[in-house]
Design a binder for this molecule. Structure first.
Ligand SMILES: *Cc1c(COP(=O)(O)O)cnc(C)c1O
Length: 468
């Protein structure tokens, strides 16, 4: 398998190169040159097999020839052993009569779906760096969920130093504790006096500083990394097979921020999973559902909502879909993305918009609607869902087309990660799982820093020297 950039300026990479590089040097995202097909008989053969076995088979074509099958199977098996549920991504009935299901993606160490990809990424990184006798410095910015998932995935790993920037006082208590109580010498939490956007700008500035970037071998694990998309295709396969694919098809509703999770569903469909509908659900940060309605991709101010992991205006992974809809013409897409960055808005050409509308359905749900759905689901099924999941459930129910096709709603986080919103909807807090209650009272490791590039770079240089 070979990979190319969506902007046409970087071609022909292997999986391992794409894994370590993250973003392509021309500013584009890596995509495989072709999408491998899962035949009907392959899909049938998945029935009754373990998540790790199916995951190995689904992902293997993407990682050849860098991996042997046995070695890859071993690594995948190890990653998914760290999940608290034997099925890794279990399906739960929401409503038997209407065929509604929740796909629970929060059984990993940090209780959000990002673990599904990042746990595997940790193992892939460590193995690749050992093979090359290399080290990397991973820097990232987080508004909450990504930071803890990346920290859990990279803690204690050889060859990796991880610096995670979060806006001081602006992440929830649970999110902070999940990051700062991790006791591993290669994990560094930086609490920045500023907003999430300030943190992200600091990270971007460090990547743009070519001397600094090379000196520290900077790397990224945010959702632009192809390996994350690849890992997320797997649960679309296991869920569909569980609901009798390939004999029948399935609809999915996906709460969306960076377009990573739902793009993985699109890839799964292109691989041959019979998906009748992919429903894109946004909160009030609705750039994608507005683009779907109007054909105009237009950045607005980020609004803080009760589903903060989706408070995003520029959905990076959307570029991967656009690349396909522009018939893989990287030069045309590069020009469009530059115009978008410069002007803050761009019109999608009519054929591209039509193709987008053929592949997806889309709508948004505001905070009031989100609380209403949390309440409805509790009253109807006795289940507590988190606010991100509720956005997907609300929009999924609204846009579902075929009553006879099962509708799977992706449950992206454990409700205990967002207790305030659940309490506002239900009048009481969700039960706290031991993964969270065990953090109370543990010592926290975090460095407060001003929103200042030089100060952040100085700290990274100092720590790298200590540990090197
Ligand atoms: C990251 C996240 C999302 C958004 O996923 P994307 O891949 O960015 O679309 C939704 N819900 C939760 C709980 C998340 O952590």
């Amino acid at each position: 398998m070979r990979y190319q950039s969506t902007r046409g300026g970087a071609g022909d990479r292997s999986f391992a190169e794409v894994l370590l590089e993250g973003l392509a040097p021309d500013g584009g995202l890596y995509v495989p040159l072709e999408v491998p097909r899962l035949s009907e008989s392959t899909l049938r053969s998945f029935a009754g097999r373990s998540y790790a076995e199916v995951a190995t088979e689904v992902m293997f074509p993407y990682v050849t020839p860098d991996y042997e099958l046995d070695e890859f199977a071993d690594l995948v098996g190890r990653s998914y052993q760290r999940f608290d549920h034997p099925d890794v991504a279990p399906l739960r009935v929401l409503n038997q009569a209407t065929g509604e299901w929740l796909l629970e993606l929060f059984w990993g160490p940090t209780l959000a779906f990002k673990d599904v990809a990042l746990q595997l990424l940790g193992d892939l990184f460590e193995r690749e760096l050992a093979k090359r006798s290399q080290t990397v410095t991973i820097v990232g910015a987080t508004s909450g969920d990504t930071g803890s998932a990346a920290i859990e995935a990279m803690r204690g790993r050889d060859g990796i130093e991880l610096f995670m920037l979060h806006p001081r006082g602006r992440v929830s208590a649970v999110q902070r504790l999940q990051m700062t109580t991790v006791d591993a010498p290669n994990i560094h939490n930086l609490a920045i006096e500023g907003t999430f956007d300030d943190c992200q700008d600091l990270v971007k500035a460090m990547f743009a500083d070519t001397g600094f970037r090379a000196r520290h071998a900077l790397s990224a694990v945010n959702s632009i990394n192809w390996a994350r998309v690849m890992a997320q295709t797997v649960y679309y396969v296991t869920a569909a097979v569980h609901l009798s694919a390939p004999a029948s098809s399935v609809a999915f509703s996906v709460p969306t921020g960076n377009f990573g999770n739902i793009y993985a569903g699109h890839v799964a469909r292109r691989m041959g999973v019979p998906i009748s509908q992919l429903i894109l659900a946004t909160n009030v940060n609705d750039i994608l559902s507005r683009a779907f309605d109007t054909g105009s991709l237009q950045i607005h101010e980020v609004i803080h909502s009760t589903s903060p992991a989706m408070d995003i205006q520029v959905s990076s992974n959307f570029e991967r879909l656009l690349f396909e809809l522009f018939e893989r013409d990287g030069r045309v897409l590069a020009a469009l993305m530059e115009r978008f960055r410069f002007l803050g808005h761009v019109e999608l050409p009519e054929p591209v918009l039509e193709a987008f509308r053929e592949l997806f359905d889309a709508d948004s749900l505001d905070d009031d609607g989100t609380r209403t759905v949390i309440r409805q689901v509790y009253e109807q099924a006795g289940l507590v869902v988190d606010p991100h999941t509720a956005v997907g459930v609300g929009v999924g129910r609204e846009l579902r087309q075929h009553g006879e096709v099962p509708l799977v709603m992706l449950a992206c986080a454990h409700p205990a990660k967002f207790p305030e919103t659940v309490e506002a909807a239900l009048g009481e807090r969700p039960i706290t799982p031991s993964r969270i209650s065990a953090l109370a009272g543990l010592p926290e490791r975090v460095e407060a820093l001003p929103n200042d590039l030089e100060a952040v770079q100085a700290l990274i240089t100092e720590r790298a020297a200590d540990n090197g």
